[in-house]
Design a protein around this ligand. Structure first.
Ligand SMILES: [Zn+2]
Ligand SMILES: [Zn+2]
Length: 336
């Protein structure tokens, strides 16, 4: 089978021997496609993963072979995420499921950018769902990223009709905005790239250019009457300044992106304005279920965000994403 592997500063297609179920519990999926996640880009660009790693985890596939206690059957088109929390450890009990050791150790094998993958019985039991016929592979590939957004939103514990600002209007910013809208909040957005601002506005996220931070913060305070929470989907240099100038006293800043370097801790802003700063990384099975329901019911709109690439063209998908040429890449793998 073909896999796309990290090899230095390239992604190369390598033929490896077919993955087999043997006597394991779980399933072999024929991968139909996989979204290219921002975290895949970071792992590749920052050389965090070793050569031979197969990235990709936002997968949709067809069950090719199965040995499971669940009701899934051969031929089912399913979506799954990659990690499962234990639910019992100290991290899990405090709601920090993505810090759970078991969560980090579970995965789809070898990774989503592959013609076939193995998923365990635990995946089938906790984070896999059958995809309704009317939902496309591209749409359902937002299952895991939207789950991440839902978890971030829930962590902010907002009040109904709170006003929120999304900083960074790339694919994850749009998705965050869509999730926030679906949950009933008034969403504003900002970015520095005009095309992104335009697309966000077409999604109903009232968005502006935040190039001039003081002009922007005045405008956003005037428009909103006070931003209750800021969602940082951008790790750009000035993003934290934009957040601090825009958030209301007593507000929340949700950190949802890595930055190239630690940019300093705004102690006095947090203290005098009684701000709450929260981080949010990966979703729990409950957030994923909510994401699945939202995508299947059409409550969130993800149309027009993705650009499709073939597995052979995956290097270009990485390059175009890094070069900000596209919003979100979807790698079509086994689709006819
Ligand atoms: Zn992802
Ligand atoms: Zn745990």
């Amino acid at each position: 089978m073909k896999t796309a592997q990290v090899s230095g500063n390239k992604i190369v297609i390598k033929e490896v021997s077919n993955i087999r179920l043997n006597d394991r519990k779980g399933a072999i999926l024929k991968v139909l496609g996989s979204g290219l996640c921002g975290s895949d880009i970071v792992k590749f660009r920052e050389n965090i993963v070793s050569d031979g790693t197969v990235l990709g985890h936002e997968i949709v596939g067809i069950i090719e072979e199965i040995n499971s206690e669940t009701s899934f059957q051969k031929g089912d088109r399913i979506v799954t995420s990659h990690h499962i929390p234990c639910g019992k450890c100290d991290y899990c009990r405090h709601g920090n499921v993505s810090m759970c050791e078991h969560f980090k150790s579970t995965n789809i094998i070898p990774g989503g950018f592959s013609e076939y993958v193995f998923i365990s019985e635990e995946h089938l039991q906790n984070v896999a769902y059958k995809v309704p016929q009317n939902i496309t592979n591209e749409i359902i590939s937002f299952y895991e990223p939207l789950g991440c957004c839902i978890r971030a939103i829930k962590r902010c514990d907002l009040l109904p009709e709170d006003k929120v600002l999304v900083i960074g209007l790339g694919s994850i910013g749009l998705l965050m905005g869509e999730g926030l809208k679906a949950l009933g909040y008034k969403v504003y957005g900002c970015d520095l790239i005009p095309e992104r601002i335009e697309l966000a506005n077409s999604f109903g996220i009232e968005s502006f250019n935040s190039y001039d931070i003081s002009d922007f913060s005045k405008l956003i305070v005037e428009k909103s009457g006070g931003i209750n929470a800021v969602f940082m989907t951008s790790g750009a240099d000035k993003a934290l300044d934009v957040a601090l100038c825009s958030v209301n006293k007593g507000g929340k800043i949700l950190v949802f992106s890595s930055t190239p370097k630690n940019s300093g801790y705004p102690n006095n802003e947090i203290y005098y304005k009684e701000l709450t700063v929260l981080g949010s990384y990966s979703p729990s099975p409950k957030d994923l279920k909510e994401s699945y329901d939202m995508l299947c019911s059409g409550k969130v709109n993800v149309k027009g965000i993705t650009t499709v690439y073939t597995l052979e063209n995956i290097q270009k998908a990485f390059e175009d994403t890094i070069g900000n040429k596209i919003f979100k890449a979807y790698i079509s793998i086994g689709e006819i």
